[in-house]
Design a protein around this ligand. Structure first.
Ligand code: F6P
Length: 369
C-alpha cells in the first residue's frame, strides 16, 4: 500500500518544446483539484542542486494563479537546462580536472526534507533516464514525454513535435516561391538530433524534392542527379530538407561541439556542407536556411496542446493510482502508461519500412540513396 499523496513537485528538463506550459498547467490543476500541493523546481534540477542561484527560491509553490493563461505559451515557466545531468554531473576537482559525479542522492534528500511525495518529470530521453534512476532509488516518479525530435520510444508521439513540423512546413512553403523565382537550390536544415522525424514529416508536407535523414546515409551524387532531372523537365528550382544529424556515406556528421560530461554533442552545419557540394555538382546557385531553435518556439498547435493536457492529467491519475516508474504515452487514440526503464536510453528513429517514408518515395522524393 503506497502512502497517500499530499505534495508533488514538477520538473522540466532538456531542450524546451511547445506544450511544456500546458503540461504544467494540467498537472497543477488536476493536483489542486485532488487537494494536493504543487511545487515547481527551477531549471531542471538546478533549483535543488544550486538553490543559492535563485533569490526567489530554487523551488516554489505553484497555485492556480501561476498557471493561469499559460497553456498556449511556448517555453516553460519553470525554466529548463540540457546541461548538468545529475547522474553525470561535471565537478571541478582542485587539480583542475573534471570528474563525473552522481548527484541524484541530493535530489532524494531534498524530497525527503521538504516532504514531497512524488515527482512529475517532463522531458526527453535524458530527463526520463534521470527519472528512472530516481524511481529505482525509491522516489515516486511519473514521466511525461517531451521533445520536438519525436525520438522517444513507446509513445506514438511526443508533444512539441507537431508544432515543430507545422512551422517547418510553413517555412518550406515560403521558400518555394523564392527558389522558383531565382532557379535556385534551397537547402533547409532542421533539428531532430539523431532522428529524421522532423525532416521527414515537414519535408513531405512541404513538398521537398530531396529529404536527408540520419537513418539513410546520403550520396550527394544521387541528390544532384534528382536536381538535374528536375532541371531537364523545366523545373529549375529544388528544395532539399536535411536533418541536422544526417550522415554522408562515410558516416560523417556535422558536429558544432563534442559531448562533455553531463552534456550531449551539439549538431549543426550540415546544410552549408550540402549546399556547397550541390553547387559544385550542379553548377546551380544554392542557399541555406537553418531553422534551428525557431522550431522550439511559438505557441503549441492544438494537437500538441491537447496531448500536453492529456499527458499532464494522466500523470496525476497515475500518481493517484499509486503508480511510479512509468511514463504516460500516446497509444493512439488513448493515453496509456509504459515502464520508464523501457524508454530510458532508447531512441526511436524513423523505421525504414514506415508508411511515411514509403509515401515520400512514391511521391518521387529523393532520400539520397
Ligand atoms: O532535443 C531537442 C533539440 O532541439 C535537438 O533537436 C537539438 O539537437 C538540440 O536540442 C539543440 O540543443 P541546444 O538547445 O543545446 O542548442
Amino acid at each position: 500500500m503506497t502512502s497517500p499523496i499530499r505534495r508533488i513537485a514538477i520538473c522540466t528538463g532538456g531542450g524546451d518544446a511547445p506544450g511544456l506550459n500546458a503540461v504544467i498547467r494540467a498537472v497543477v490543476i488536476a493536483a489542486l483539484n485532488r487537494g494536493w500541493e504543487c511545487y515547481g523546481i527551477r531549471e531542471g534540477y538546478n533549483g535543488i542542486l544550486f538553490p543559492e542561484r535563485y533569490p526567489e527560491g530554487g523551488v516554489f509553490r505553484l497555485g492556480r494563479e501561476n498557471v493561469r493563461g499559460i497553456g498556449h505559451l511556448g517555453g516553460t515557466i519553470l525554466g529548463t537546462t540540457n546541461k548538468g545531468n545529475p547522474l553525470h554531473f561535471p565537478m571541478q576537482m582542485p587539480d583542475g580536472t573534471t570528474r563525473d559525479v552522481d548527484r541524484t542522492g541530493e535530489i532524494l534528500e531534498f524530497f525527503a526534507r521538504k516532504e514531497l511525495d512524488a515527482l512529475v518529470s517532463i522531458g526527453g530521453d535524458g530527463s526520463l533516464t534521470i527519472a528512472n534512476a530516481l524511481h529505482q532509488k525509491g522516489l515516486r516518479v511519473v514521466g511525461v514525454p517531451k521533445t520536438i525530435d519525436n525520438d522517444l520510444d513507446k509513445t506514438f508521439t511526443t508533444f512539441g513535435f507537431d508544432t515543430a513540423v507545422a512551422f517547418a512546413t510553413e517555412c518550406l512553403d515560403r521558400l518555394h516561391s523564392t527558389a522558383e523565382s531565382h532557379h535556385r537550390i534551397m537547402v533547409v536544415e532542421v533539428m531532430g538530433r539523431y532522428a529524421g522525424w522532423i525532416a521527414l514529416h515537414a519535408g513531405i508536407a512541404g513538398n521537398s524534392h530531396a529529404i536527408l535523414i540520419p537513418e539513410i546515409r546520403f550520396n550527394l551524387d544521387k541528390v544532384a542527379a534528382k536536381i538535374r532531372a528536375r532541371d531537364a523537365e523545366g523545373r529549375m528550382h529544388s528544395i532539399v530538407t536535411v536533418a541536422e544529424g544526417a550522415e554522408a556515406a562515410d558516416g560523417q556528421r556535422a558536429v558544432v561541439e563534442p559531448a562533455q560530461i553531463g552534456h550531449a554533442e551539439r549538431l549543426g552545419g550540415i546544410g552549408e556542407r550540402i549546399a556547397k557540394a550541390l553547387r559544385q555538382r550542379t553548377g546551380k546557385d544554392a542557399r541555406v536556411v537553418v531553422l534551428g531553435h525557431l522550431l522550439r518556439g511559438g505557441s503549441p498547435t492544438s494537437f500538441d496542446r491537447l496531448a500536453a493536457l492529456r499527458f499532464g492529467t494522466a500523470a496525476v491519475r497515475a500518481l493517484e493510482e499509486g503508480q511510479s516508474g512509468v511514463m504516460v504515452a500516446l497509444a493512439f487514440p488513448n493515453v496509456n502508461y509504459v515502464a520508464l526503464e523501457d524508454v530510458a536510453g532508447r531512441m526511436k528513429g524513423v523505421p525504414l519500412d514506415c508508411d511515411t517514408l514509403r509515401t515520400g518515395r512514391d511521391m518521387g522524393i529523393s532520400f539520397g540513396d
